[in-house]
Design a protein around this ligand. Structure first.
Ligand code: SF4
Length: 388
């Protein structure tokens, strides 16, 4: 089966106040227990699913901060991946890293371990914004991490940025982007700050102790970012993703095109082409279940044909390639689709051509969620919940 493998390593040196991922501070880390649990989970998955997941096309190690592991643990982890899976068909092997604690030794372990793409969590190159986000690295250490990664041999680098962050300025955002462009970073993911309920940053904003940029300002930042990156030759190929030619994220494209993926580790999500499920999110309960020989899977749900097609539309509207009308929209009432398309074209959210495709414009990508909601509302469909 053509699929992507995702492994979640949940430990971080420090916990960012906006983060709602499955993670734990490094001083709670049980790296040996985690490695044993992952081995056990893989045995259980093979016993349940046979050889379905034996030959991935892409591998993505995320977190948490995978590079928070100590060098010997990181090396053992990568050796295990090489032994447990047949990696002969892998076309992209990404590991997420944060600037803090990233050193030549860890980078060399990653490179020698077969990793060919590094995704760096830089978020901002402005000190006040980094402080507001509770990041423990500086702009200088972020840029230094890029230099170290290049020295270690990494050419395929991606940088994660956030915009609409308290403390960010228009000039600072612009200058940061220019620095990344000058460095030739081939892939940039840029996300607006989301105040997720239950996070410290959300509570701070709710009690008025944090001034968050308003919607108009955030849209302005997005437009600024879009103009700068596309002007520098980056292709805006998904809502939040920009790439120089040949540097799109193959693994993430798998999510957006509904290719199967196996998620391992606490909180990881999976999709086998028919059903979606997720792993236990509580790290202690994940350990307990795996150690008692139980697959830590939850909420398994088979998708109906209609749900699968709605999901494909929802995800397709997030990509600049868009949708093939005959394939994705044929089952919808033609009159409603035509009216929706006209509405979207008039709002400059989808392009009028080419004839057989429906391609979101740059503005349409930013409004992808609204575009899909409007289509589903007009055609009386349920909005899908695919995790991307
Ligand atoms: S480093 Fe990443 S995963 Fe860890 S707390 Fe911060 S945002 Fe979350």
């Amino acid at each position: 089966m053509e699929y992507g493998l995702y492994i979640h390593l949940p430990y971080c040196r420090s916990i960012c106040p906006y983060c709602d991922f499955v993670k734990a501070p490094l001083h709670h880390a049980e790296p040996e227990r985690l490695l044993s649990a992952l081995r056990r989970e893989w045995e259980l998955a093979r016993a349940a699913d046979g050889e379905a997941w034996s030959r991935p096309r892409t591998v993505y190690v995320g977190g948490g901060t995978p590079t928070a592991l100590e060098p010997p643990t990181l090396a053992r982890f990568l050796t295990w991946i090489g032994e447990a899976w047949d990696l002969s068909r892998v076309r992209e092997f990404t590991v997420e890293a944060n600037p803090e604690g990233l050193d030549p030794q860890k980078l060399s372990i990653l490179f020698e371990g077969g990793v060919d793409r590094l995704s760096l969590g830089i978020q901002s190159l402005e000190a006040p914004a980094l402080r507001a986000l509770g990041r423990i690295h500086t702009a200088e250490s972020a840029l230094h991490a890029v230099t170290l990664a290049r020295r270690a041999g990494f050419r395929n680098l991606s940088v994660d940025l956030m915009y609409g962050v308290p403390g960010e300025t228009r000039d600072g955002l612009r200058a940061g982007l220019q620095q990344l462009i000058a460095l030739g970073i081939p892939h940039i993911s840029a996300y607006p700050l989301q105040l997720e309920e239950g996070t410290p940053l959300h509570s701070k904003a709710a009690r008025g102790a944090l001034a968050v940029p308003g919607e108009t300002e955030v849209i302005g930042r997005y437009e600024e970012l879009l103009g700068i990156l596309t002007g520098a030759g980056y292709h805006h190929y998904e809502v939040s993703n920009f790439a120089l030619p040949r540097f799109r994220s193959r693994h993430n494209e798998g999510y957006w095109t509904r290719r199967p993926y196996l998620g391992m580790g606490p909180g990881a999500h999976s999709f086998d082409g028919r059903a979606r499920w997720r792993n236990e999110e509580s790290i202690p309960r994940y350990f307990e279940r795996v150690e008692s020989a139980e697959l830590p899977r939850e909420d398994r749900r088979e998708l109906s044909g209609a749900e699968a097609s709605e999901e494909a539309i929802f995800l397709g509207l997030r990509r600049s390639r868009g949708l093939r009308v005959s394939r994705h929209l044929a089952a919808f009432p033609a009159a409603e689709v035509a009216a929706w398309r006209l509405w979207a074209q008039e709002g400059d959210a989808v392009a009028a051509s080419p004839p057989g495709r429906l391609r979101p414009t740059d503005q349409g990508l930013f409004l992808a969620q609204d575009l899909a909601s409007e289509l589903f509302a007009r055609t009386d469909r349920r909005e899908p919940q695919a995790r991307t």
